[in-house]
Design a protein around this ligand. Structure first.
Ligand code: AMP
Length: 315
């Protein structure tokens, strides 16, 4: 397994493999690898000749405290990657990816900007942001002001910006993302259609642990008691699904029942909860097509999310 930190060397690695007729699969990650990431890697292994993962903790996507405290251990990530037969880890520094950003705090300044130029339908590329971020991708309003993107659009501009750079450097044939981050998946699928028409973005279902908690890098931060509380949120999503299966179609009624159940769990503070249309990600009032339950919540200051897709034709 190769570990490459330089963007130009990574591009050369890919060019050589492609010249041999090999197909490249990419799994972008923030590090802190777990079995959920591994399920993306297994899918990529099946469908490609070369498996590349990127490990890059992108400061554009985090508040400073969360960035500094993100639970990742590169030695452990290397072991998991090796065991999963990864061919190459692209592991660039922040300076390699953002050479013109002077200090780490500039990324947190960018998050405070109120004057982002955003188009309703189209992606916009800012050549150089005032904080030194080059080729900053502004996600269209129709994709970003959905779900909890409304509360922190900079998270998705950040993830589109880094993934756009990764796609340019690594030129994969296929790239794999989790349905767990459903809005990110929708945005990146759209971004790839626009800028990388040869590249296929593939969504992978959420992998859960034996107790049904979705794997997440942040799960290592949970005590046994906090983990139980986190699980109760999953049970509430299942409660919502059951209501739909029993014939309830009013989203507000379902959300009210779910919110009441969550209130009985004092450790949980809901940041965002909604039922959205699977295609448009828009909030819905009446359920008639496939839908997604999406929830973001805090247990103390640990923020977790969960997603449950309900296919109505499989009722
Ligand atoms: P992250 O490092 O958290 O950005 O995750 C990297 C990729 O793995 C993203 O596309 C996530 O959606 C995906 N992912 C994270 N957790 C899971 C999970 N439990 N099951 C499947 N995919 C996941």
């Amino acid at each position: 397994m190769k570990i490459i930190e330089s963007a130009s060397q990574a591009s050369a690695y890919v060019a050589e493999r492609k010249a041999n007729g090999q197909k490249i699969g990419l799994v972008p990650t923030l590090g802190g690898l777990h079995k959920g990431h591994q399920s993306l890697m297994y899918k990529a292994l099946e469908e490609n000749d070369v498996l590349i993962i990127s490990i890059f903790l992108n400061p554009m996507q985090f508040r400073k405290k969360q960035f500094l405290e993100y639970p990742s251990d590169f030695e452990q990530d290397k072991r998991l990657a090796e065991e999963t037969q990864v061919d190459m880890i692209f592991h660039p520094s922040v300076e390699e990816i953002f050479p013109d950003v002077k200090k780490i705090d500039d990324f947190f300044q960018y998050q405070e900007e109120k004057s982002a130029v955003r188009n309703n339908q189209h992606f916009v590329i800012e050549a150089k942001n005032k904080n030194g971020i080059d080729d900053l991708i502004r996600v269209p309003s129709c994709l970003i002001y959905r779900l909890d993107g409304t509360m922190h659009p900079w998270v998705f501009d950040g993830s589109a910006t880094i993934v756009h750079k990764l796609f340019r450097i690594l030129q994969p044939n296929n790239a794999y993302f989790g349905e767990k981050d459903i809005q990110q998946l929708a945005i990146l699928t759209n971004m790839a259609d626009n800028y990388f028409p040869e590249l296929k973005v593939i969504g992978v279902p959420t992998l859960r642990d034996a107790d049904n908690l979705a794997f997440s890098s942040r799960n290592v931060l949970l005590s046994a008691e906090q983990r139980q509380a986190a699980l109760s949120v999953y049970h509430v999503l299942k409660q919502g699904e059951n209501l739909i299966k029993q014939g309830e179609s009013n989203a507000k009624t379902i959300l009210t029942v779910m919110t009441e159940t969550i209130k009985t769990q004092p450790m949980i503070k809901i940041d965002y909860i909604d039922i959205v249309d699977k295609k448009s990600l828009e909030s819905i009032k009446q359920i008639s097509n496939d839908i997604i339950f999406y929830v973001a919540f805090f247990i103390d200051d640990i923020r977790l999310t969960d997603t449950l897709i309900v296919q109505l034709n499989q009722k």
